[in-house]
Design a protein around this ligand. Structure first.
Ligand code: ARG
Ligand code: ZN
Length: 877
């Protein structure tokens, strides 16, 4: 912890290693507050040198031996590491012994304890808190790990690779030795020890090998592993089929822990997971949880090839493995559930979370140029925008071309630590195309804005689309991006037109030339279609073919038609969202006269038609009927007025509830048939649409009892939580009663209790802030558990627009105090909680003042972590 201008690391400073660590033999003698780590490294000089520098933090150094000779006294130790004299040797063995205290490690980085068990988290730079090492991803070594521990408390001893030896020792201790046959960087190292139960299955790989699959959990959770196991099996199958990638070890282990800073970690052969992404039973987990588990299990499994077998040269290349692996898990989920629904959900998440990040002071390219604390760059930009950029290659090259690129990437780089350029070169070379312009997506921050104008010439029968691009950061020396625009034209009866154009940058897809792909790669470009007999409807950015903001002035009537006729579900959904957004914006802009608020008839008619539509897929219908999220509405404004936005959306919701009341009731009762819970896309869709009905119905006081009834009779967590959420926004006795019952029932289930905390933290109740203040005083609130902290402080900051932005500034004051308190325990998680303050420029003058004050108050703390320092200071500059 420091406030003295922490070191900033730059991509441009990259230097190759001067020494290799070929083999590492680690020995851990586990003790809660005094674990001994002995680290024996077989090293080799790659350049002439007489000294080496090893990273190391918060370690108690016991001794250093060079080829058996004690050189402890001649090593220079600092807060960040140590320099070791090597006497100019070319090959040598370095043995370093240190002592650490996992019990006191509340930062949850390095070796720590969770529920009495030992576990590790080394990515990005946590290995240096275990021992001295080249803690950087381009140092690839063979690891052997010996674990020695007390037998009764630690029956299970795990590390990466294969178990090669085990046995008993004196003093009721035992040991296990694990050897990983694959070279890896230290961020993929893992160790787990404790009292764990194992859920086991097997998988026959494409090459006929039988893989032993194991999920380790606390014994009380052993009945909640089957969904995770099936998800793993489906992931293994899918990666073989889609990418020809087969698992490479004979054992695959997943360990679930309650205290975890992020979602999960892809350590070689031994994934460590936040228990939230493993444990599920119908009565404890919602559809969203089930889907999250399936996706995260897949994500970490897919990392075995994209991340582990081919890893990153340095942390600036993080999107190489994360963007690619997110793209892969998105494709997997699309195949498991519904491609159309998954695409819309991902676009929503990108717009709600990544767009604001990219429009704020923490905006960075998917390949950042510098960092103070790497953990701060595990962002929506690196992950989700990174995945969108990978998707661009897929869109440009097609499934087959993309696969050829992937095959070449593995052929060239298996076993290496590489860069995003290497990935791009593989994609380009495998397809014999020039993709160099794609580089601009990696080096520029901000969201691209594409404005489109359409001109129809009746006498020539031509349609011309004029495209322009810029960045929303207003960057002067902006470098034009290669933007694939998938498009189609429809006549006013809803028929798709056969596209005719001589433009060489338009590729027509085989399916009867009804869709085209336009490669838009200059600041300005136009595209002309011929033989267009009447002014058509233009369907642009089908499937959200690029992560951009589109400015295209279509009339309400055109949008309503597209919503009905477009064969692309994304454009259908988008058209309805845009109509709703226009309605909300009109209300927001007349907030001062809100007593005269009215909803336009055109919109209510279009909306009612949608509610009545019986042909539409239920999941898509649920998405279409949901109004744009508050954050996304906020994004439309330079100055966000929280009250106006909240009340406008609420007003529209109430009007739409009232005007369609018969239909909502009919639909709700049709959907409210209880059948045994199944994780299946049809059932998920039914529950989702039912929830949307209930959300509208409970806008009206008369129907709050429907939510109560659903809550009382629900036999699965999805239905129970949906109804409780509806109640949580009301100011009723039912709310109090249901929250009380829920607590009584679930107080011993940590993950379910997180939901109870989160609902209240997100509630639009008038006393939301007072409630949240009570929540952090609650006996079940613990600052050391990241899930609990995120459930209350994370949710409050992200979703409680009214509570956080209270005009009296008390919301800001509260959050700032909490950040400070948390920073002393867990800097990584504390830094995430600063997020809401970084958007201060987007609020009115008074709120700006108060938000900046909160940031200054945080920065004034004496021993601030570099995690929090980086976010707070960068957002003020
Ligand atoms: N590589 C992990 C994943 O993609 C994320 C781990 C990041 N952890 C951290 N402390 N920054 O799922
Ligand atoms: Zn990942």
């Amino acid at each position: 912890m420091t406030t003295q201008s922490p070191v900033e690391h730059f991509l441009s400073d990259y230097q190759p290693l001067s020494f290799a660590i070929d083999d590492v033999f680690l020995t851990f003698e586990l003790q809660p507050t005094a674990t001994l780590v002995s680290n024996k490294m077989q090293m080799r000089a790659l350049q002439a040198a007489t000294q080496l520098w090893l990273d190391g933090e918060q370690l108690e150094l016991l001794s250093v031996e060079l080829d058996g000779e004690d050189i402890t006294a001649s090593c220079e130790v600092s807060e960040a590491g140590m320099s070791v004299p090597t006497a100019g040797k070319k090959e040598f063995v370095l043995l370093i012994r240190t002592r650490i205290s996992p019990q006191d490690n509340t930062a949850l980085e390095g070796l720590y304890r969770s529920s009495g068990n030992y576990c590790t988290q080394c990515e990005a730079e946590g290995f240096r808190k275990i021992t001295y090492f080249f803690d950087r991803p381009d140092c690839l070594s063979l690891f052997t790990t010996k674990i020695i521990a007390d037998k009764s408390a630690n029956a299970v001893l795990l590390s990466n690779g294969n178990l090669i030896d085990s046995g008993d020792l004196d003093g009721n201790r035992h040991f296990a030795v694990w050897q990983d046959p694959f070279k890896k960087p230290c961020y993929l190292f893992a160790l787990v020890a404790g009292d764990l139960a194992c859920h086991q299955d097997r998988f026959i790989a494409a090459d006929g090998r039988e893989i032993d699959l194991r999920i380790y959990v606390e014994p009380k959770n052993i009945d909640k592993c089957e969904h995770a196991m099936q998800s793993l099996i489906r992931s293994m199958q899918w990666d073989e089929q889609r990418f020809g990638l087969v698992y490479d070890l004979d054992i695959y282990m997943i360990v679930a822990v309650d205290d975890f800073n992020m979602g999960a970690m892809e350590n070689k052969g031994l994934n460590v997971f936040n228990s939230k992404f493993v444990l599920a039973k119908p009565d404890t987990a919602t559809d969203v949880d089930y889907e999250g588990i399936e996706a995260v299990i897949a994500h970490e499994y897919f990392h075995n090839w994209t991340g582990n077998r081919v890893t990153c040269r340095d942390w600036f290349q993080l999107t190489l493995k994360e963007g690619l692996t997110v793209f892969r898990d998105q494709e997997f989920t699309a195949d498991m559930l519904s491609p159309a629904v998954k695409r819309i959900e991902d676009v929503k998440a990108l717009r709600n979370n990544q767009f604001p990040e990219d429009a704020g002071p923490m905006s960075h390219p998917i390949q950042p140029q510098s960092y103070i604390e790497m953990n701060n760059f595990y962002t929506m930009t690196v992950y989700e925008k990174g995945a969108e950029v990978v998707r661009l290659y897929h869109t440009l090259l097609g499934e087959q071309g993309f696969r050829q690129g992937m095959d070449l990437y593995f052929q060239r780089h298996d076993g290496d630590a590489v860069t995003v350029q290497d990935f791009r070169n593989a994609m380009a070379d495998a397809n014999h195309v020039d993709l160099s312009q794609m580089h601009n997506w990696y080096i520029q921050s901000g969201t691209p804005v594409v404005s489109v104008e359409s001109h129809y010439n009746a006498s020539e029968q031509t349609l011309t689309l004029n495209f322009r691009q810029r960045l929303n950061t207003g960057n002067e020396d902006f470098k034009p991006l290669l933007i694939p625009v998938r498009l189609a034209l429809f006549d006013h009866s809803g028929q798709a037109l056969v596209l005719k154009s001589k433009d060489p940058q338009l590729k027509l897809y085989a399916d009867q030339n009804h869709e085209g792909l336009f490669e838009f790669n200059k600041p300005q470009q136009s595209l002309t279609f011929t033989e267009v007999s009447a002014q058509p409807l233009v369907s642009l950015f089908r499937g959200f073919s690029a992560p951009v903001i589109v400015e295209f002035d279509q009339s309400n009537q055109e949008l309503a038609l597209l919503a009905q006729c477009d064969t692309d579900s994304f454009v259908c959904w988008e058209s309805i969202q845009t109509l709703a957004l226009r309605e909300i914006k009109r209300l927001v802009d007349s907030y001062a006269e809100k007593t005269n608020w009215m909803v336009s008839e055109a919109f209510t008619n279009a909306f009612s038609a949608l509610v009545k539509d019986e042909k539409m897929d239920k999941a898509l219908k649920a998405l279409a009927l949901s109004l744009p999220d508050l954050t996304y509405i906020g994004e439309q404004y330079e100055v966000i007025n929280p009250d106006a936005i909240y009340h406008a959306r609420k007003f529209l919701q109430q009007q739409l509830a009232q005007q369609n009341i018969e239909q909502w009731l009919k639909l709700y009762s049709e959907l409210n048939q209880s059948t045994e819970y199944r994780y299946h896309k049809d059932d998920i869709a039914q529950r989702k649409l039912k929830t949307v009905c209930l959300q509208y119905l409970t806008q009206l006081d008369d129907y709050i009892e429907l939510a109560e009834a659903q809550f009382d009779h629900a036999d699965n967590m999805t239905d129970a939580l949906a109804s409780l959420q509806c109640l949580s926004h009301t100011d009723t006795a039912a709310r109090k009663r249901a929250l009380g019952d829920f607590y009584d029932k679930w107080q011993d289930d940590t993950l379910v209790l997180d939901k109870w905390f989160a609902l209240q933290a997100a509630s639009h109740h008038i006393h939301a802030l007072e409630h949240v203040k009570q929540l952090v005083e609650h006996k079940d609130f613990v600052y050391t558990n990241p899930n609990r902290v995120r459930s209350v402080l994370g949710v409050f900051g992200r979703l409680n627009l009214l509570g956080l932005h209270r005009a009296d500034g008390k919301g800001y004051q509260f959050l700032a105090e909490q950040v400070i308190k948390l920073d002393a325990l867990n800097p990584q998680v504390a830094a995430r909680m600063v997020g809401p303050f970084t958007h201060w420029q987007r609020y009115d003058g008074q709120r700006q003042q108060m938000m900046k004050q909160a940031l200054e108050m945080i920065l004034a703390q004496e021993s601030l972590s570099k995690d929090v320092y980086e976010i707070a200071s960068k957002s003020l500059r």
